[in-house]
Write a protein that binds this ligand. Structure first.
Ligand SMILES: [Mn+2]
Length: 315
Protein backbone atom coordinates (compact mmCIF):
# COMPACT_ATOMS: atom_id res chain seq x y z
CA UNK A 1 0.00 0.00 0.00
CA UNK A 2 1.30 3.46 -0.76
CA UNK A 3 1.85 5.60 2.33
CA UNK A 4 -0.70 8.35 1.90
CA UNK A 5 -2.59 8.20 -1.37
CA UNK A 6 -3.91 11.58 -2.42
CA UNK A 7 -7.62 10.98 -2.04
CA UNK A 8 -8.78 13.75 -4.38
CA UNK A 9 -6.84 12.46 -7.38
CA UNK A 10 -6.72 8.95 -8.75
CA UNK A 11 -5.38 6.73 -11.48
CA UNK A 12 -8.30 4.71 -12.84
CA UNK A 13 -8.46 1.75 -15.20
CA UNK A 14 -11.17 -0.58 -16.48
CA UNK A 15 -11.32 -4.39 -16.46
CA UNK A 16 -14.03 -6.36 -18.28
CA UNK A 17 -12.47 -9.85 -18.41
CA UNK A 18 -9.72 -11.96 -16.76
CA UNK A 19 -7.08 -11.22 -19.42
CA UNK A 20 -7.36 -7.48 -18.99
CA UNK A 21 -7.44 -8.30 -15.27
CA UNK A 22 -3.88 -9.59 -15.48
CA UNK A 23 -2.94 -6.48 -17.49
CA UNK A 24 -4.46 -4.27 -14.80
CA UNK A 25 -2.70 -6.21 -12.04
CA UNK A 26 0.64 -5.49 -13.80
CA UNK A 27 -0.36 -1.83 -14.23
CA UNK A 28 -1.41 -1.47 -10.56
CA UNK A 29 1.81 -3.11 -9.40
CA UNK A 30 3.90 -0.81 -11.62
CA UNK A 31 2.06 2.36 -10.55
CA UNK A 32 3.03 1.57 -6.96
CA UNK A 33 6.53 0.49 -7.97
CA UNK A 34 7.17 3.87 -9.61
CA UNK A 35 5.96 5.54 -6.41
CA UNK A 36 2.64 7.16 -7.20
CA UNK A 37 1.18 9.28 -4.37
CA UNK A 38 -2.30 9.12 -5.90
CA UNK A 39 -5.14 6.69 -5.19
CA UNK A 40 -5.47 3.78 -7.63
CA UNK A 41 -8.94 2.57 -8.63
CA UNK A 42 -9.86 -0.31 -10.91
CA UNK A 43 -13.39 -0.32 -12.32
CA UNK A 44 -14.74 -3.83 -12.94
CA UNK A 45 -17.85 -4.94 -14.81
CA UNK A 46 -20.07 -7.85 -13.76
CA UNK A 47 -18.27 -10.11 -16.27
CA UNK A 48 -15.13 -10.11 -14.11
CA UNK A 49 -14.87 -13.27 -11.95
CA UNK A 50 -14.07 -13.28 -8.25
CA UNK A 51 -10.56 -14.74 -8.78
CA UNK A 52 -9.62 -11.74 -10.93
CA UNK A 53 -11.13 -9.31 -8.43
CA UNK A 54 -9.08 -10.92 -5.65
CA UNK A 55 -5.87 -10.44 -7.65
CA UNK A 56 -6.78 -6.82 -8.39
CA UNK A 57 -7.54 -6.10 -4.74
CA UNK A 58 -3.87 -6.86 -3.98
CA UNK A 59 -2.48 -4.39 -6.50
CA UNK A 60 -5.06 -1.54 -6.48
CA UNK A 61 -6.41 0.60 -3.62
CA UNK A 62 -10.02 0.12 -4.68
CA UNK A 63 -11.94 -2.38 -6.83
CA UNK A 64 -15.13 -0.65 -7.93
CA UNK A 65 -18.18 -2.24 -9.63
CA UNK A 66 -19.49 -0.28 -12.59
CA UNK A 67 -22.32 -0.77 -15.05
CA UNK A 68 -21.33 -2.45 -18.27
CA UNK A 69 -21.99 -0.28 -21.28
CA UNK A 70 -21.83 -1.70 -24.75
CA UNK A 71 -22.09 0.42 -27.86
CA UNK A 72 -23.84 -2.53 -29.58
CA UNK A 73 -22.77 -0.85 -32.78
CA UNK A 74 -21.67 -4.06 -34.44
CA UNK A 75 -21.52 -2.66 -37.99
CA UNK A 76 -18.95 -0.03 -37.19
CA UNK A 77 -17.02 -2.33 -34.91
CA UNK A 78 -16.90 -4.89 -37.69
CA UNK A 79 -15.24 -2.20 -39.83
CA UNK A 80 -12.49 -2.08 -37.26
CA UNK A 81 -12.39 -5.89 -37.04
CA UNK A 82 -12.40 -5.40 -33.28
CA UNK A 83 -15.91 -6.34 -32.20
CA UNK A 84 -14.77 -6.63 -28.59
CA UNK A 85 -14.14 -2.87 -28.42
CA UNK A 86 -17.80 -2.01 -27.83
CA UNK A 87 -17.37 -2.98 -24.23
CA UNK A 88 -14.87 -0.17 -23.80
CA UNK A 89 -17.87 2.17 -23.61
CA UNK A 90 -17.87 1.06 -19.97
CA UNK A 91 -14.89 3.40 -19.67
CA UNK A 92 -17.33 6.32 -19.62
CA UNK A 93 -18.27 5.38 -16.06
CA UNK A 94 -15.07 7.16 -15.04
CA UNK A 95 -16.91 10.52 -15.33
CA UNK A 96 -19.21 9.38 -12.52
CA UNK A 97 -16.38 9.07 -9.98
CA UNK A 98 -16.87 12.59 -8.69
CA UNK A 99 -15.43 11.75 -5.30
CA UNK A 100 -12.20 12.59 -7.19
CA UNK A 101 -11.44 16.07 -8.49
CA UNK A 102 -9.12 14.80 -11.15
CA UNK A 103 -8.50 11.40 -12.70
CA UNK A 104 -5.86 10.04 -15.04
CA UNK A 105 -7.52 7.19 -16.92
CA UNK A 106 -5.09 4.54 -18.17
CA UNK A 107 -5.94 1.43 -20.18
CA UNK A 108 -5.23 -1.97 -18.62
CA UNK A 109 -2.84 -2.70 -21.52
CA UNK A 110 -0.42 0.03 -20.49
CA UNK A 111 2.71 -0.07 -18.33
CA UNK A 112 4.45 2.93 -16.76
CA UNK A 113 8.26 2.81 -16.79
CA UNK A 114 8.73 5.73 -14.40
CA UNK A 115 6.62 8.00 -12.19
CA UNK A 116 3.84 9.71 -14.17
CA UNK A 117 2.20 11.70 -11.35
CA UNK A 118 3.02 14.94 -13.19
CA UNK A 119 0.05 14.08 -15.46
CA UNK A 120 -2.20 15.49 -12.71
CA UNK A 121 -1.03 18.99 -13.68
CA UNK A 122 -3.06 18.69 -16.89
CA UNK A 123 -6.68 19.77 -17.22
CA UNK A 124 -9.64 17.97 -18.84
CA UNK A 125 -9.43 16.82 -21.55
CA UNK A 126 -5.72 16.24 -22.00
CA UNK A 127 -4.32 13.31 -23.93
CA UNK A 128 -1.60 12.21 -26.38
CA UNK A 129 -1.87 12.13 -30.16
CA UNK A 130 -2.99 8.86 -31.71
CA UNK A 131 -0.13 7.34 -33.71
CA UNK A 132 -2.54 6.22 -36.45
CA UNK A 133 -4.47 9.49 -36.88
CA UNK A 134 -2.61 12.27 -35.04
CA UNK A 135 -5.50 14.78 -35.21
CA UNK A 136 -7.28 12.45 -32.79
CA UNK A 137 -6.18 11.77 -29.26
CA UNK A 138 -5.61 8.22 -28.10
CA UNK A 139 -7.95 7.20 -25.29
CA UNK A 140 -5.50 4.73 -23.74
CA UNK A 141 -4.52 7.61 -21.44
CA UNK A 142 -6.39 10.83 -20.71
CA UNK A 143 -6.85 13.36 -17.94
CA UNK A 144 -10.40 14.22 -16.88
CA UNK A 145 -12.38 15.93 -14.16
CA UNK A 146 -15.24 13.59 -13.15
CA UNK A 147 -18.67 15.22 -13.37
CA UNK A 148 -22.14 13.67 -13.68
CA UNK A 149 -23.09 16.49 -16.07
CA UNK A 150 -20.23 15.67 -18.42
CA UNK A 151 -21.16 12.00 -18.17
CA UNK A 152 -24.73 12.75 -19.20
CA UNK A 153 -23.58 14.99 -22.07
CA UNK A 154 -21.28 12.26 -23.44
CA UNK A 155 -24.01 9.62 -23.12
CA UNK A 156 -26.45 11.93 -24.90
CA UNK A 157 -23.97 12.24 -27.76
CA UNK A 158 -23.53 8.45 -27.80
CA UNK A 159 -27.30 8.07 -28.18
CA UNK A 160 -27.63 10.70 -30.88
CA UNK A 161 -24.51 10.08 -32.95
CA UNK A 162 -23.02 6.74 -31.91
CA UNK A 163 -19.26 6.60 -32.35
CA UNK A 164 -17.46 6.86 -35.67
CA UNK A 165 -15.18 3.95 -34.78
CA UNK A 166 -17.73 2.14 -32.62
CA UNK A 167 -15.49 2.48 -29.55
CA UNK A 168 -14.84 5.06 -26.87
CA UNK A 169 -12.07 6.79 -28.85
CA UNK A 170 -14.38 7.90 -31.67
CA UNK A 171 -17.01 9.09 -29.23
CA UNK A 172 -14.61 11.01 -26.97
CA UNK A 173 -12.87 12.66 -29.93
CA UNK A 174 -16.27 13.79 -31.23
CA UNK A 175 -17.18 15.14 -27.81
CA UNK A 176 -13.89 16.93 -27.06
CA UNK A 177 -13.63 18.04 -30.67
CA UNK A 178 -11.48 21.14 -30.19
CA UNK A 179 -8.61 19.08 -28.80
CA UNK A 180 -6.51 18.94 -32.01
CA UNK A 181 -6.60 22.67 -32.79
CA UNK A 182 -7.49 24.14 -29.38
CA UNK A 183 -5.41 24.66 -26.25
CA UNK A 184 -2.03 23.05 -26.88
CA UNK A 185 -1.45 22.76 -23.11
CA UNK A 186 -3.88 19.82 -23.30
CA UNK A 187 -1.48 17.93 -25.56
CA UNK A 188 0.44 15.44 -23.43
CA UNK A 189 3.83 14.41 -24.87
CA UNK A 190 3.75 11.19 -26.88
CA UNK A 191 6.30 9.67 -24.45
CA UNK A 192 3.39 9.06 -22.02
CA UNK A 193 1.52 6.82 -24.44
CA UNK A 194 4.02 5.09 -26.70
CA UNK A 195 2.87 2.21 -28.84
CA UNK A 196 5.89 -0.11 -29.16
CA UNK A 197 4.28 -1.93 -32.11
CA UNK A 198 4.33 1.23 -34.22
CA UNK A 199 8.12 1.25 -34.24
CA UNK A 200 8.38 0.36 -37.92
CA UNK A 201 6.85 3.72 -38.76
CA UNK A 202 9.61 5.81 -37.25
CA UNK A 203 12.37 3.60 -35.88
CA UNK A 204 15.04 6.35 -35.65
CA UNK A 205 12.75 8.34 -33.31
CA UNK A 206 12.21 5.29 -31.12
CA UNK A 207 15.97 4.89 -30.87
CA UNK A 208 16.60 8.58 -30.24
CA UNK A 209 13.86 9.09 -27.63
CA UNK A 210 14.01 5.61 -26.02
CA UNK A 211 15.23 6.98 -22.68
CA UNK A 212 12.33 9.41 -22.46
CA UNK A 213 9.57 6.83 -22.73
CA UNK A 214 7.40 7.18 -19.59
CA UNK A 215 4.69 4.69 -20.43
CA UNK A 216 4.06 2.05 -23.07
CA UNK A 217 0.65 1.16 -24.46
CA UNK A 218 0.32 -2.28 -26.02
CA UNK A 219 -2.51 -1.26 -28.34
CA UNK A 220 -3.87 -3.41 -31.15
CA UNK A 221 -5.30 -6.90 -31.13
CA UNK A 222 -2.13 -8.68 -29.92
CA UNK A 223 -1.57 -8.06 -26.22
CA UNK A 224 1.38 -8.93 -23.95
CA UNK A 225 -0.59 -11.81 -22.43
CA UNK A 226 -0.87 -13.44 -25.86
CA UNK A 227 2.90 -14.01 -26.06
CA UNK A 228 4.55 -17.16 -24.75
CA UNK A 229 7.08 -16.38 -22.03
CA UNK A 230 9.68 -18.79 -20.67
CA UNK A 231 13.04 -18.41 -18.90
CA UNK A 232 12.85 -14.64 -18.98
CA UNK A 233 12.33 -14.56 -22.75
CA UNK A 234 9.32 -13.73 -24.88
CA UNK A 235 8.76 -16.01 -27.87
CA UNK A 236 7.89 -14.07 -30.98
CA UNK A 237 9.21 -13.29 -34.42
CA UNK A 238 9.63 -9.89 -36.02
CA UNK A 239 9.81 -8.14 -32.67
CA UNK A 240 12.07 -5.13 -32.55
CA UNK A 241 14.61 -5.03 -29.75
CA UNK A 242 12.70 -2.47 -27.69
CA UNK A 243 9.29 -4.16 -28.21
CA UNK A 244 10.81 -7.40 -26.95
CA UNK A 245 12.27 -5.59 -23.94
CA UNK A 246 8.94 -3.95 -23.03
CA UNK A 247 7.12 -7.29 -23.39
CA UNK A 248 9.71 -9.04 -21.20
CA UNK A 249 9.42 -6.28 -18.56
CA UNK A 250 5.64 -6.78 -18.61
CA UNK A 251 5.93 -10.57 -18.26
CA UNK A 252 8.43 -10.29 -15.40
CA UNK A 253 5.88 -8.28 -13.42
CA UNK A 254 3.02 -10.58 -14.52
CA UNK A 255 4.94 -13.60 -13.15
CA UNK A 256 5.49 -11.78 -9.87
CA UNK A 257 1.87 -10.72 -9.62
CA UNK A 258 0.69 -14.26 -10.32
CA UNK A 259 3.11 -15.92 -7.88
CA UNK A 260 3.17 -13.59 -4.93
CA UNK A 261 -0.12 -11.76 -5.19
CA UNK A 262 -2.53 -14.28 -6.56
CA UNK A 263 -3.40 -16.99 -4.02
CA UNK A 264 -5.23 -19.84 -5.73
CA UNK A 265 -7.65 -21.75 -3.52
CA UNK A 266 -6.23 -25.09 -4.76
CA UNK A 267 -2.60 -26.09 -5.23
CA UNK A 268 -3.05 -25.95 -9.00
CA UNK A 269 -0.72 -23.62 -10.88
CA UNK A 270 -2.20 -20.31 -11.91
CA UNK A 271 -4.13 -20.46 -15.18
CA UNK A 272 -5.94 -17.30 -16.21
CA UNK A 273 -9.64 -18.15 -16.13
CA UNK A 274 -11.27 -18.28 -19.56
CA UNK A 275 -14.34 -16.17 -19.95
CA UNK A 276 -17.21 -18.38 -21.04
CA UNK A 277 -19.86 -15.73 -20.95
CA UNK A 278 -21.66 -17.76 -18.29
CA UNK A 279 -19.73 -16.21 -15.43
CA UNK A 280 -21.89 -15.91 -12.38
CA UNK A 281 -22.59 -12.23 -11.70
CA UNK A 282 -20.65 -11.03 -8.69
CA UNK A 283 -22.39 -10.48 -5.41
CA UNK A 284 -23.60 -6.91 -4.98
CA UNK A 285 -20.82 -4.75 -3.65
CA UNK A 286 -20.99 -1.79 -1.36
CA UNK A 287 -18.99 0.14 -3.95
CA UNK A 288 -21.58 0.08 -6.73
CA UNK A 289 -21.52 3.33 -8.70
CA UNK A 290 -24.97 4.94 -8.73
CA UNK A 291 -26.66 3.60 -11.84
CA UNK A 292 -28.43 6.23 -13.87
CA UNK A 293 -27.77 4.68 -17.25
CA UNK A 294 -30.71 2.35 -17.69
CA UNK A 295 -32.78 5.00 -19.43
CA UNK A 296 -29.86 5.91 -21.67
CA UNK A 297 -29.29 2.26 -22.52
CA UNK A 298 -32.93 1.77 -23.45
CA UNK A 299 -32.56 4.74 -25.83
CA UNK A 300 -29.54 3.08 -27.44
CA UNK A 301 -31.38 -0.24 -27.73
CA UNK A 302 -34.37 1.49 -29.32
CA UNK A 303 -32.07 3.26 -31.78
CA UNK A 304 -30.38 0.02 -32.77
CA UNK A 305 -33.76 -1.62 -33.31
CA UNK A 306 -34.82 1.29 -35.52
CA UNK A 307 -31.59 1.04 -37.50
CA UNK A 308 -32.07 -2.70 -37.97
CA UNK A 309 -35.62 -2.09 -39.11
CA UNK A 310 -34.43 0.54 -41.59
CA UNK A 311 -31.76 -1.85 -42.87
CA UNK A 312 -34.06 -4.82 -43.33
CA UNK A 313 -36.55 -2.64 -45.20
CA UNK A 314 -33.82 -1.85 -47.76
CA UNK A 315 -33.78 -5.45 -48.93
MN1 LIG B 1 -5.42 -0.06 -24.96
Amino acid sequence: MPGLPNATEAFVTLVTNPEYGLGAAVLGYKLRAVGTTRATVVMVTETVPETTRAMLAKTWDKVLDVTQLDSKDSDRLAMLKRPELGITFSKLNVWKLNQYKKVVFVDADTMPLSNIDDLFQYEELSACRDAGWPDCFNTGLFVLAPSPDTYKAIMKRACEEGSFDGGDQGLLNAHFNTWSHGDISKHIPFSYNVNPNASYTYLPAYKHFADQVKMVHFLGAVKPWHYQYANGKVQGQNLTEHTRKFLEDWHKVAEMVKQSYYQPTSAAPYVPPISTGSTKPAAPSSHVVPDDVSSVLSHITAQIKNKEKAKSSMY
